[in-house]
Unconditional design. Structure first.
Length: 365
């Protein structure tokens, strides 16, 4: 019988615990965290500078150029940008496979969003500061501490700023990387830094299906054609019915309606109206169930004068490992105290800038 949730980490992964404990006790690691604390103002500067560069979906080029320059300043070589906009920087090693450290460049905010990014005390505010300004800054911090010296690694490290992670980007950057002969078989380990905080280490990939639903009707005027099925009303009822779709608690499954559009004037019965739904699953996506749920959500009383069409606008496959593996990674890293023992230790708390604590499990996992 596999160990229960309360099993000690040493029972699950004794070799992992011993190796992390050994690393935590090394003078080089303690020195690295002393360097991180001293460089916190520089990290905040990078994070603010990055967040002030717009990077809407399919518009990451300016931010990519900024990152490429920072990679060069931190001694990564070679540094280049591929045909879809992914930015790469390499730190050489002795092995034949790469360890990839990546952070996505794009944000969820559309072009034209005011980027009122600011610092108040030790906190940073503004669109994209956390997701994913914190992740990009963290990979720069790791490159920086390696350049500063004192830490050595065997396998070469590949630093990546990837595009197209958010929304309809549909992982286009990562899909391109792992379909490229140069990288698909040479990246042996991959660590993704996304957002702020170190309360979660994820050893699985969320699966998702995204759909666009368009409702079309004959149209008309609200006075002379009163009673004609209105696509906006039908769409609203469809969304309401879809919101009642039952989902399992385990594996965790969620859904959302994130975009809705339609309408031309207050007196018109709009011809088409549309929405975009997103279903996120930790297990294998049950796409057929999602499509069936959307179809069954459309009020049948409006058919056939109302036509509902659906199309997929994004698919991400889910992968997952044994729960004991995931809990073992996190628990081992969490129990490892890598700070100076002479310091007064505070209980864990959310980080102020998305750095610092985020880096602890990164170096040892």
């Amino acid at each position: 019988m596999p160990p229960g949730p309360g099993a000690e980490v040493s029972e699950l992964f004794p070799s992992m615990q011993q190796e992390i404990a050994r690393l935590c006790a090394s003078p080089e690691i303690r020195s690295a965290f002393t360097w991180f604390r001293a460089q916190e103002p520089q990290f905040a500067h990078w994070q603010l500078e990055l967040a002030r560069i717009a990077a809407p979906p399919f518009g990451e080029s300016a931010r990519g150029a900024w990152l490429a320059e920072k990679f060069k300043e931190l001694g990564l070589d070679p540094v280049y940008t591929d045909e879809v906009g992914n930015v790469f920087g390499t730190r050489s090693g002795f092995g034949h496979g790469y360890v990839s450290l990546s952070a996505h460049l794009d944000t969820v905010f559309p072009a034209g969003t005011p980027l009122n990014v600011r610092q108040q005390g030790s906190r940073l505010y503004g669109p994209g500061v956390s997701d994913n300004g914190a992740g990009v800054t963290a990979i720069l911090a790791i490159a920086g501490v390696l350049q500063a010296g004192g830490l050595h690694h065997a396998l070469p490290l590949l630093f990546v700023g990837n595009v197209g992670e958010e929304g309809e980007g549909d992982l286009r950057g990562m899909r391109h990387i792992f379909s490229t002969p140069r990288w698909k078989d040479s990246i042996h380990y991959s660590l993704v830094l996304d957002g702020a905080g170190s309360d979660t280490i994820v050893a699985e990939a969320l699966g998702s299906r995204r759909f666009e639903v368009i409702v079309r009707g004959p149209g008309g005027h609200s006075w002379s054609d009163f009673g004609t099925p209105n696509p906006i009303i039908v769409l609203s009822r469809t969304i309401d019915a879809f919101s009642l779709t039952p989902v399992p608690g385990s594996p965790k499954t969620t859904f959302n309606v994130g975009v809705i559009r339609g309408g031309t004037s207050v007196n018109s019965i709009r011809l088409p109206a549309g929405s975009r739904q997103n279903a996120v699953l930790t297990g294998t996506p049950k796409s057929r169930r999602v499509r069936t749920s959307i179809k069954n959500s459309t009020p049948k009383s409006f058919r056939p004068s109302i036509v509902v069409s659906k199309r997929s606008v994004g698919t991400k496959r889910a992968t997952w490992g044994p729960p004991s593996f995931q809990s073992g990674i996190f628990a081992t890293a969490a129990r490892c105290n890598c700070a100076d023992p002479s310091e007064n230790q505070e209980p864990p708390r959310p980080p102020k800038s998305g750095l610092g604590r985020t880096l602890k499990p990164i170096l040892f996992s």
